[in-house]
Ligand binder design. Sequence first.
Ligand SMILES: [Zn+2]
Length: 380
Amino acid sequence: MFNFSVEKTYGLMRVGRIETVHGSIETPVFMPVGTQGTVKALSPERLKQIGTQIVLGNTSHLYLRPGMETLTRFGGLHQFMRWDSPILTDSGGYQVSSLGQFKAEAEKRLATIVEEGVQFVSHIDGSKHFITPELAIEYQQIIGADIIMAFDEATPDLGKTYTIEAMARTHRWLDRSKSQWLKNKNNQALFGIIQGGNYRELRRQSAEYILARDLPGIAIGGATMGQSIEETAENAGFVMDLIRQTDKPVYFMGVGVSPSHLIGAIKAGADMFDCVAPTKYARCGLLYSGRLVGDKDKPELMRFESIYPKEYLTIEKQEFKNDNRPIDPDCDCPTCRYGYTRGYLHHLFKCRELLYFELATSHNLRMMIRLTEEVRELLG
Ligand SMILES: [Zn+2]
């Protein structure tokens, strides 16, 4: 069971709902990244408390650890991590291809891409592995995610010739992914991924190819997709008119590095997005601060306003040592609401105390999730 319905549109922006067997997801939705079967520092209970509707898992990491045998024994990732809401998994394509062509020096590459699939070296113990589109789907079926991704190759900008080659291979891999998915089709929804780098005509070719496969959802991928909001909007803009001829949910991969990036993605037509930045930034002491400013009559003008140029404060700074205010006075995350002060967080961060990671991660993720709730409110 997988269904997507659009409840309201405003230009490219829209409010909708995805139904899965593990519950429904209101869109636009920000999806916290839980690479190894956990969103770092947060329990599933805390994730629910801050409004998380769906989490992301990384197939290549889960394949290496705990491994498919363990996940089979536990009946999939939902049971293993005790998360009963929807899960999305990437196919491992991005993870393994980033070990290859992303590295300029050939001798530093830990992955070799061939037509059949990708050979890569484990970052854990140096062992060699080979993953194919068929295996990527099989692993995602064992993991049991509600939304799974076709195996693809994400490339940095290595010139047009390579981008064409990689895109064509991704298309062939999509067909192999789809056949494998259909062999064992259950309640999982397969999304195809539009590639084509920063080349308009390649993006359009890729979109046409993916859309013709009539899959439950469409993703826009690529190494540059989440880099800057300008690139994200440009890459999406190349293909959005084609995508919107269908009523599929659209997933911008790796997008949402900052609150205004997230707002920009929604304006560009994203229904779903994920980014490691909110959790990673939290662990590095960078805590989002600011608020959504918008008018129901002119939602296209909505923006994120912050007194900090990068939209986060750096908790390690001495100026916060004796600051008895919460991270952000407008924030409703448990950390701010329970009255934890900047001064205390500054102290915990300096001491690398474990509690810091939970308090900081709850705040940054809640900021992103609350923004999507406010946008839905504004558009609704
Ligand atoms: Zn907060």
